[in-house]
Design a protein around this ligand. Sequence first.
Ligand SMILES: *[C@@H]1O[C@H](CO)[C@@H](O)[C@H](O)[C@H]1NC(C)=O
Ligand SMILES: *[C@@H]1O[C@H](CO)[C@@H](O)[C@H](O)[C@H]1NC(C)=O
Ligand SMILES: *[C@@H]1O[C@H](CO)[C@@H](O)[C@H](O)[C@H]1NC(C)=O
Ligand SMILES: *[C@@H]1O[C@H](CO)[C@@H](O)[C@H](O)[C@H]1NC(C)=O
Length: 552
Amino acid sequence: MLVKNLFPSITLWHLAIFITIFINQFIESAYLINRDMSLNRSNVPKNILATSLIGRNYTAQSIHYRSIPQVIFENEYFNRKRPLEMINPFNEDDYFKLIATIKGAAVQSYLPYYKIYEQVAKEINADLFVCDYLINHPCFDLAWKLGKPAVVIFTDTFYVSSPPYKSNPIYRHGCHANMENESFYNRFKCEIIFPLRNSWNTIDAIKDLNAQRAIVGVDPLWNMKGRVSNLLILTNNFFGYEIPSADSPLHQEIGPILPDTFPSLTPVIDSFLSTHPRTIYFALGTNVIIPPQKAIIILKSFLELINENVIDGLIWSYGKTDISKLSQSTNSSIPLSTILNNEHPHIHISKSSPQFAILSHENTKVFLSHGGAASCHESMYTATPMLVLPIFGDQPRNAEKLEFAGIALKLSKMNLKVDDIVSNIKRLLNEESFKKNAERLQFLAKVNSKRKYRGADLIEVVMNTVKYEGIEDENGGFKIDNENLLRDWITPDTRMGFIRGKYLDVYGVAIILFLMLSGGFVYVLLKTVRYIYIKFRSGNVNSQASLKSKRE
Ligand SMILES: *[C@@H]1O[C@H](CO)[C@@H](O)[C@H](O)[C@H]1NC(C)=O
Ligand SMILES: *[C@@H]1O[C@H](CO)[C@@H](O)[C@H](O)[C@H]1NC(C)=O
Ligand SMILES: *[C@@H]1O[C@H](CO)[C@@H](O)[C@H](O)[C@H]1NC(C)=O
Ligand SMILES: *[C@@H]1O[C@H](CO)[C@@H](O)[C@H](O)[C@H]1NC(C)=O
């Protein structure tokens, strides 16, 4: 009744507002001017050198980057030693081995990369360095030496600075991405013991790195994190997926960074997907090599799910995994040759496939992934629930974040079982919440994917700052001090030292004063109570005495 009565008046009310706005616009338009949005880009340094020390030779093949001149060269250390493959990623002790090899790689790659970067910087007259963070010390050091600004690009600020409640499950032993509900013991271990042990293991690598630095005349630095303390760090990440924290203005999220176009479905995969309405996509990225026994366990699980008619399709993109070894690790219980020859009616396999297009297809229901950052972003962007089998690096942490966000379940690489895979896939398909959360994250991912333009703007802000802060040299370039360049964004606490920066002195004195005052108060209170007690007692005694005397 009420709604019915109110309804006409609300529409009239709306109409009135609308007319008012319209008339106001009409009248005001006579007084409006357009905001000048042009930027004065004259005299702003423009040449950017972007470098990454670890990575694959993929940009050259991508049409998106063809207009950008590229220098691609083999990292001999990685190609000779192949640290990522050398370590058995399915070994329990891989963390410290991985760290050791990465530190070795940092030292071994330092000089060759420094020299290449230096040569390219000279040739293009680089005004600004964009440095991928991972062991890319030559990039930061060269920028520092040449007095050029550097901007850091990385997936996550976790490795540079993070609040204590964020940790890394790769340490194992009770460390998690989010330490919110962990015991004191675990929090102590993950915040103090493991980082200390890590620093201890790092000392030799830093010594070696400083020896390399000395050869090219770069000052030593005793911080394994590198010369990044006052640089702008752009992270390919977003809150909702990442655990929320208050970051320095120097650390800005611009992720998920995704290209605007992706390779489309091949005709074969297109027809496979359109005829298999409940398909699982299985791909572990380009670096993960899965042992044959584990691949067999996963295949068996899928066959069981197909038999039970829970799913009806599987697309397996096997990457670097050597599928010719599969037959050695199984008996004839699974139709391996049928699968490998792509003759199985419900299974399609290929070395690589158009992942984003597959994830975008409505018939792709679940993504079994290793949890690499790009795969996670693509999965969230397409609202595809995930089953994550994290192997190394940031993957265990990503898996926990996805699970916490309610879009994924995770598997244990050490304890991979058919039953777990089957029951997890059933949960992902049957429980409404996974799809709902995936759609919630999809909205976040889509909105935030616009921020790559913000990232470009921020880099331009840094370049423009150089114009005002730098000292012009004879070539028209500017020399700056990376430690102070971005003082508008550097929080004062970093200059105040640990105690003053965290106001520990003030809080310390406040606590002492509070204790003293409350101690004094308690003292006075006790004294008073005692006084009253004595008074009362003696009064009692007196009155009793007087009573007695009265009786007598
Ligand atoms: C742009 O900046 C330059 C100096 O950096 C100055 O000479 C020029 O006048 C400015 N142009 C405009 C349109 O303000
Ligand atoms: C990188 O890839 C391109 C295109 O596939 C190829 O021509 C080039 O030789 C590769 N470079 C290296 C160093 O592997
Ligand atoms: C910790 O516990 C609280 C309260 O039960 C819950 O809201 C929160 O999600 C938990 N956090 C994690 C990381 O499990
Ligand atoms: C072969 O099958 C039997 C029974 O199904 C099983 O116990 C055995 O572990 C299998 N062997 C391999 C190598 O998978």
